[in-house]
Design a binder for this molecule. Sequence first.
Ligand SMILES: [Zn+2]
Length: 336
Amino acid sequence: MAGIDISRRRIMLGASSAIGSTISAGLIGLGGAALAKAPKMTSQPATYYRFDIGEMQATVISDGPLPLGEPSGSFKGVTKEDVQKQLSDNFLNPENVVLEQNILILNTGSRLVLFDSGMGTSKLFGPSTGRLQTSMQQAGIEKDDIDDIICTHAHIDHIGGLATDTGYRLFRNATVHIAKADFDFWTDAAKLDSDLTAFVAHARQNLLPYKSRMKFVEDGKDVVPGVEAMAAPGHTVGHMVYIIKSGKESLAFTGDTTHHHVLLTERPKTEFAYDSDPKLAVQSRLKVLDMVATARMPILAYHFPWPGLGYMAKQGDGYRYIAQPMSLVKAPPKKA
Ligand SMILES: [Zn+2]
């Protein structure tokens, strides 16, 4: 028996040393390529995601991520420890909350509509924003072909990409649609000398060039055929959600109803520092989240993880965001 054990051991040793030499030979064969230092990823190329809503075609593009930094100053009514635990439990960095900027371009069949426009040239939130024009080129969409620009509200990260630094319209043929309350509030020159200076200056730079081609949206009314405005105030005075309908399909473009897919959904009553009226924002958030959860309506959330397309499900006292699987073909394939 001992002999058998020895021979087994030899076989095993022999086998492992053979594998060992193969690995060594392979590494030597690959030479410098395998041993070279891997380059560090700095940025993904601009990209887009396309899908249908009934007879309409939707394209999501990105203006780039918008880092908020350490979160305790941005989310109110919860302790710093609670916020950090929520982030850690979801495998997110507890020291830096990063929001995306998911911009929708909708081809209704008769009009090409841009929903919100990112930060433009402002680097208020760092260098990673301002990719709208590059992303549009990547998606094969010409800015001169945009007929309408529908804005959820007049904050810097939603209207910032509309005009040049020198105040010229980047979208020469477009009509801008926004709530009058928001336009009036954020382009008010009297607020230039306040703690809202950067936001007001940027709103004036980007919205005033469109003043002669601007239409004000109203709650419950169609903005363009197939797109209905729904007032969801609080984040700003005139913040709007847009419900897109075509055939039997629909999508809610929810803007800044909720900024974070965990922090403001699991605990939707958490207040957000950038809300003009945080209590009213919470009411609007609860109303919109309840509506889309009950109707099982897909949402496109501006600041959720790219591309921001998914569903809200009721969970306890709050909600859970469930991202829709991205599909590389028109409809998910069936087994042949
Ligand atoms: Zn925003």
